[in-house]
Design a protein around this ligand. Structure first.
Ligand SMILES: [Zn+2]
Length: 96
């Protein structure tokens, strides 16, 4: 087994994409936030990280950018090597 030197916290990582366990649909947090409430209610219980299949939940609020929070596995690629595009979006969303 390959050993990574990453020391990233692998628990509770924030994601801006997740997939549905039910049908494999890939959602961005912004797209998911635009679903009808009943669609969100069904799908949000069946979300997972795109990379490691760790369970994910949707988070949204009036004050914050929509996002997903996932419990990643230790070898998750999205945790050990953050996607620069998503990091850019996250920072842009905070309005610095
Ligand atoms: Zn993951």
């Amino acid at each position: 087994m390959a050993v990574r030197t990453s020391v990233s916290n692998t628990r509770g990582g924030t994601l801006y994409m997740a997939k549905s366990i039910l049908d494999g649909t890939e959602w961005t947090a912004t797209e998911f936030a635009g679903l009808l409430p009943e669609e969100q209610r069904v799908t949000r219980q069946e979300l997972a990280c795109l990379s490691c299949d760790g369970r994910a939940v949707f988070r949204a609020g009036q004050q914050r950018q929509p996002s997903f929070a996932a419990r990643h596995r230790q070898d998750c690629r999205l945790v050990s090597r953050p996607w620069s595009a998503f990091r850019f979006l996250a920072e842009a969303g905070r309005g610095a």
